[in-house]
Every structure is written in structure tokens, then in C-alpha cells.
Design a protein around this ligand. Structure first.
Ligand SMILES: CO[C@H](O)c1c[n+]2c([nH]1)[C@H](O)[C@@H](O)[C@H](O)[C@H]2CO
Length: 444
């Protein structure tokens, strides 16, 4: 058909969620508290005082959800494993926690859906935070023990592993900007956290190789394109700094084995010496991975503040319900840069999607804006592939509406609408459209 954009044979189409955002069952089968249980119960941290106590009750309703994924033709499901289910207390392994993920993975296989497991998606066990959290280098050892347990228990049935979801959010958003758990505002701590998360990634890749498993392992980074508000040298430098913080701080250690020098100079000046970086750390962090997961939602535009540091410029174009600019061409720009400057490894879009104020009318949810958003981003991805880019799959965020962190349940990213009062699932028009895209392996 004219204008149809077909994707390569075997391209993997899926959706993504994360444990704390969908599972609920916060105290069930021995799960211990996470930093998000603590944060959400702290007055003022999450809109409307929402918590993940129940969420989408995915812990109990996953059979229904997986059936719906099958009906919608989804080929893969990216979920995260809740560390506090596996090690609820220091030194205590909880087999009941692992058993849930064995049930989930088994159900996915029964329906011909590929399981993709994210080992860490922000729900750090509170007992580790009580020892200093990711800022404490001991967290690296705890993480490797946790990961090795998952490889032992699930290594033969999970073919794709993601060590971490978005180290930038775990470090800078949560320990410098203070918007996510544990809500700290300390640049030096954020830099220590970023380093220990990256180090735990490298140690875990090493552990996966030593386990002799036949699957693949990578990491998911939230990446963006940063544009300067003008050609003024101050704005151009501000964009360079913003790019350094958002992108290069993680891409350079993983793919080049060093932190970006321009940013090291700035951060050393602002936060003191990098004495938390030990001699062989960067060699561990740069251990070769099998793929890179890319979470892309929007680009950013910055100008220079009084101090020369980047200040965000409000979007000029259309935005989603999060206020994020809809900018699909920047997905193409980002992917092209990754291929040009960093890696030819397989890439997966491990998250892309949009929140819109969805409404149920006569039992249906029409979401044309989400369809348009996804179509344009799929087209951008297709352009990258057509030019030789090694993009192998796409996971829409999210399978269903869920707990959107500090925004609580006020933002709906799902292809499937969730009525939280009844836990009813309603596939939105975008879910039915996505089903047709998957069936055609392309867009019209
Ligand atoms: C700039 O967006 C970030 O890359 C990002 C967006 N998102 C994420 N990271 C997280 O991985 C998800 O848990 C969020 O639910 C999702 C939607 O907000």
C-alpha cells in the first residue's frame, strides 16, 4: 500500500510496565517496603497522597492482563522485578517473591509473549536505604547478589535482561532534584549514586557472563536531544552542559570507559573530588553489553541562566499531558547520534509513549492524539532503520494506565485504560491501532 512503512522481519513489538507502578500487593507474600512505599506515604511527595499499595493489582490480575496482551497481538512484555519481594530484609531471600515472577514468565511463554525483565526500576528495598542507599558502595554488592539470585531462578526463562532503568532518574532526579524517592537534594550524593548504579551494572553484566546463560543483557537509559534556545555562545554552552548531564554522563562510561571531561571539571568544582571512583571501576562499567535500551519521550530546549547553567525553555509546539513537547524528529536525531558517536549494537526503544487526559465515553476510549504521537515516532524509528540503523524492537509505555510516580494516578500513559475503582481494563483506540500495526509489521 502507498505510504506504508514496513519494519524488518522479526522486529519486536511490545509494551512496558514497572513493578511499583502496576503490581499493588505491597505487603503480599513477604514483600518488604521500598523507598517508594516510604516516599509515597510521606505527605506532599505524591499528588493526592496516591501510593502503589494497590495500583493496577497486576500481582493478582496478570493472567487477565497477559491474555489481553495476546489479544492485542503484543509480541513482548517488558516488566520489572521488585527487589523488595526478593530480599525484603537484609540477608533474607524470599522465594515467594521469585515465585510470582516465575508464574508471570510462565504465563507469558504460554501465550507466546517474550519476557523482558528489568532488574531495577527504582523500588530500592528500604533496608538498603537505611544503610545509605545507592550512595553507599555496599549497595553494589547487594545488587549483584540480587541479580545473581534472579539469574539462578529465572535465567533459563527470561531471554532479555535490563540491569537498570534510567540511572539518570535514580541519581540526579532522585538525589539532586529531589523529585523522586528518596527525595534528596545533594549533587555530590547524586554523583556517588550514579557511579554506584553504573558500577552495579558492570558487575552484573560480568555476573551474567559468568552464569553462562544464553540470553542477552543490556541497560536502559533515558536519553534526549538538547537544543540551544539561540546561537548565542552562552546558550550553546548551556545546551552542551545539559547534554552532558542528561546523555553523556552515562553513555561515555558505558561505551568509552570514562566520564565526559567537560562535565567532570564542572562537577568537581561544584561537588568536590571524585574520590568515590576506584581505580578499576570504569573498566568494570564498560564491560560489553548486548544491546542498549533507549527511553525517549521528548527533546529539551535550554538557554543559559545567569550562572551560565542550562535553564529549560517552555515548549513552543504541541505537548502531551505531562507538558512534554511532541517532537518525533528528535527520536530520529537521537538514534542517529547514538549510531554515529557511540555504538552499532542493537538498540531497542524500551519506552516511548504519551499521557493524555483519556475519558471513557459509552464504554470506549478514543485517543487520537496518542495514535498520532505513536505513528509519528514509529515513522521516525523507521527512517533510522531505513538508513541502516540497528533498531530491533519497540516497547510502548505503557501497556496500561498506572501509578505515574510523583503524579500519582493523574496521568494516563496506557494503551489500555484502567478504571481504578473497579480495576476494569478497557483497550483504548490506540491499543486497537497498535494491534493492527503489529499485525502489518508497519504503519500506513
Ligand atoms: C523523560 O521521561 C523519562 O525518560 C521517563 C518517562 N517515564 C519513565 N522515564 C519511567 O521509566 C517510567 O516509569 C515512567 O512511568 C515513564 C512516564 O513518565
Amino acid at each position: 500500500m502507498n505510504g506504508e512503512l514496513r519494519f524488518p522481519e522479526g522486529f519486536l513489538w511490545g509494551t512496558a510496565t514497572a513493578a511499583y507502578q502496576v503490581e499493588g500487593a505491597a505487603q503480599e507474600d513477604g514483600r518488604g517496603p521500598s523507598i517508594w512505599d516510604t516516599f509515597a506515604k510521606t505527605p506532599g511527595k505524591v499528588l493526592n497522597g496516591d501510593t502503589g499499595d494497590v495500583a493496577c493489582d497486576h500481582y493478582h490480575r496478570y493472567p487477565e492482563d497477559v491474555r489481553l496482551m495476546k489479544e492485542l497481538g503484543m509480541q513482548a512484555y517488558r516488566f520489572s522485578i521488585a527487589w523488595p519481594r526478593i530480599f525484603p530484609e537484609k540477608g533474607r531471600y524470599n522465594p515467594k517473591g521469585t515465585d510470582f515472577y516465575k508464574r508471570l514468565v510462565d504465563t507469558l511463554h504460554q501465550h507466546g509473549i517474550l519476557p523482558v525483565a528489568t532488574i531495577y526500576h527504582w523500588d530500592l528495598p528500604q533496608w538498603i536505604q537505611d544503610e545509605g542507599g545507592w550512595a553507599n558502595r555496599r549497595s553494589v554488592d547487594y545488587f549483584v547478589e540480587y541479580a545473581n539470585t534472579l539469574f539462578r531462578e529465572l535465567g533459563d526463562v527470561v531471554p532479555l535482561w535490563i540491569t537498570h532503568n534510567e540511572p539518570w532518574c535514580v541519581s540526579f532526579l532522585s538525589h539532586w532534584l529531589g523529585q523522586h524517592a528518596p527525595g534528596h537534594r545533594d549533587l555530590r550524593e547524586a554523583l556517588q549514586v550514579a557511579h554506584h548504579v553504573l558500577l552495579s551494572h558492570g558487575r552484573t553484566v560480568q555476573a551474567y557472563r559468568e552464569a553462562g546463560l544464553s540470553g542477552r543483557i543490556g541497560i536502559t537509559l533515558n536519553l534526549t536531544v538538547v537544543d540551544a534556545a539561540s546561537e548565542d555562545p552562552a546558550d550553546l554552552r548551556a545546551a552542551q552542559i545539559s547534554d552532558g548531564n542528561a546523555n553523556r554522563w552515562f553513555l561515555d562510561p558505558i561505551f568509552r570507559g570514562s566520564y565526559p571531561a567537560d562535565m567532570v571539571e564542572i562537577y568537581t568544582e561544584q561537588a568536590g573530588p571524585f574520590d568515590f571512583v576506584h581505580a578499576d571501576d570504569l573498566d568494570i562499567i564498560r564491560r560489553p553489553i548486548d544491546f542498549l535500551g533507549v527511553n525517549y519521550y521528548t527533546r529539551s530546549v535550554v538557554r543559559a541562566g545567569e550562572d551560565g547553567m542550562p535553564k529549560p525553555v517552555p515548549p513552543a509546539g504541541p505537548v502531551t499531558d505531562m507538558g512534554w513537547e511532541v517532537h518525533p524528529e528528535s527520536l530520529y536525531r537521537l538514534l542517529t547520534r547514538l549510531r554515529r558517536e557511540y555504538t552499532g549494537l542493537p538498540l531497542y526503544i524500551t519506552e516511548n509513549g504519551a499521557a493524555y487526559p483519556d475519558r471513557v465515553v459509552d464504554g470506549r476510549v478514543d485517543d487520537p492524539e496518542r495514535i498520532a504521537y505513536l505513528r509519528d515516532h514509529f515513522a521516525a524509528a523507521h527512517r533510522f532503520i531505513q538508513e541502516g540503523g540497528n533498531l530491533q524492537g519497540y516497547f510502548v509505555w505503557s501497556f496500561m494506565d498506572n501509578f505515574e510516580w510523583a503524579f500519582g494516578y493523574s496521568k494516563r500513559f496506557g494503551l489500555v485504560y484502567v478504571d481504578y475503582a473497579t480495576q476494569t481494563r478497557i483497550p483504548k483506540a490506540s491499543a486497537l491501532w497498535y494491534r493492527d500495526v503489529i499485525a502489518a509489521n508497519g504503519i500506513r
